[in-house]
Design a protein around this ligand. Structure first.
Ligand code: GA4
Length: 296
């Protein structure tokens, strides 16, 4: 992040894979490990305690079931809105055992840090594209109304004789950009242009960035929203934390005029983030959610 040529690498990575790793990000390791250890403490509670937490629909504790349409995985998770002071977030944290205020304050600092990181990555992306307005992408996350999500995932050890257990099935992220940090356990895979799966070597000191569907649309398909999945293949728990940077609900998602070549038409029909999100929540994980919005 600190090197002058980072912006060019970011543009290239968004075009080629829709995925890259960020180092020299300046976020203290202590913050990541403190949150990880709180998450581990929570996931280590007896099942009946975790079942007392507000169920994920969408925000809360989820176990094996992913989303509302029948997807399942070898996973348990906490899904949170980044609006941590809302009444529903307070209710969720109050239903957590232990020290929910401490947990909430850690989540808050962590989200603030990764949101800044995501915004900085997006500003560098705009610089690399020589956009006049550096904040064209980052303003969406920094808007007070930004509809962003935070997710803590726990992939329990793989049961004996099970290999290649699907932790989180293949999908793309609907938002603009996602920032993932995991412990040092393998599992994350991304699909390349030909659809081959590439394992991502874990690195607990770094962040992995995913291009989401909304950024693909804003770039009129130039940047690819990366298909990814998690295969649990380890005797150890994988723990990941992901910030999904989304736009405000009423935001119109469309190609930026300055990114269109002369005469180039939008590949997508017009839609707002809330329309896209509603449609996404009616889909299955592996569906191509942008398909419905492509101009035929
Ligand atoms: C994928 C990205 C994020 O994890 C998420 C997921 C959401 C959920 O787990 O509730 C979805 C999935 C994600 C896309 C399609 C729908 C909704 C599960 C599902 C089947 C929180 C998000 O925003 O979209």
């Amino acid at each position: 992040m600190s090197k002058p040529y980072a912006k060019h690498h970011i543009v290239k990575a968004c075009e080629e894979y829709g995925f890259f790793k960020v180092i020299n990000h300046g976020i203290p390791m202590e913050l990541m490990s403190a949150l990880e250890s709180e998450a581990v403490k929570f996931f280590s509670l007896p099942q009946f305690e975790k079942d007392k937490v507000v169920p994920a629909s969408p925000f809360g504790y989820g176990n094996k079931k992913i989303g509302p349409n029948g997807d399942v995985g070898w996973i348990e998770y906490l899904l949170l809105s980044t609006k941590l002071d809302s009444a529903s977030s307070s209710q969720l944290f109050d239903s957590l055992r232990g020290n929910p205020d401490f947990f909430r304050s850690l989540v808050k600092s962590y989200i603030a840090s990764v949101k800044n990181l995501a915004a900085e990555v997006l500003r560098l992306l705009a610089d690399g594209l020589m956009m006049q307005e550096r904040n064209v992408f980052s303003r969406l996350l920094e808007d007070e109304e930004s509809d962003s999500i935070f997710r803590l995932n726990h992939y329990p050890p793989c049961p004996p004789n099970h290999h290649n257990t699907v932790g989180f099935g293949e999908h793309t992220d609907p938002q603009v950009i996602s920032v993932l940090r995991s412990n040092n356990i393998t599992g994350l895979q991304i699909a390349d242009k030909n659809g081959s799966w590439i394992p991502v070597p874990p690195d607990q000191n770094s962040f992995f960035i995913n291009v989401g569907d909304s950024l693909q649309v804003m770039s009129n398909g130039r940047f690819k929203s990366v298909k990814h999945r998690v295969i649990q293949n380890s005797m150890k728990s994988r723990v990941s934390m992901i910030y999904f940077g989304g736009p405000p609900s009423s935001e119109r998602i469309a190609p930026l005029p300055s990114l269109l070549a002369e005469g180039e038409q939008s590949l997508y029909k017009e839609f707002t983030w809330s329309e896209y999100k509603n449609s996404a929540y009616k889909s299955r994980l592996a569906d191509n959610r942008l398909c419905k919005f492509e101009k035929k």
